[in-house]
Design a protein around this ligand. Structure first.
Ligand code: ZN
Length: 119
């Protein structure tokens, strides 16, 4: 198991294993956040924080929401607003300790236009 934490430690995200790859997306929101996404089934991920520890933001068709720590502002993950049983979610791999991740391939996703990987 690996745990990602925001800067102040108020929010923790537990995942079952190291990701196989990380995604660097150039869409209008991800490029601003500077996030690197590790994808998991939502049912495999545990988000731990007190009530009110997070704020959310969603835009466009409002199918996803981006979640951040309400104290330090770090983006912790995105999740589906109306999840189904096999929904995925994106965990911000910037919040893992670099040593616990090791070296992992980073893939470039053209979320700004084609929604294809550029590698
Ligand atoms: Zn925080």
């Amino acid at each position: 198991m690996l745990t990602a934490t925001c800067h102040c430690g108020a929010v923790r995200v537990e995942v079952p294993r190291r990701p196989r790859s990380l995604t660097n997306c150039n869409c209008s929101i991800c490029r601003r956040y500077g996030t690197l996404w590790a994808y998991y089934k939502a049912s495999e991920v545990r988000v731990i924080g007190a009530r009110g520890a997070t704020n959310t933001y969603s835009w466009g068709d409002k199918s996803l929401r981006f979640v951040r720590c309400s104290t330090c502002g770090c983006i912790t993950h995105w999740e589906r607003i109306n999840p189904t049983e096999d929904s995925r979610m994106g965990v911000n791999a910037r919040n893992f300790e670099p040593d616990s991740l090791g070296s992992i391939r980073i893939r470039l996703l053209d979320g700004a236009s084609t929604w294809k990987y550029l590698d």
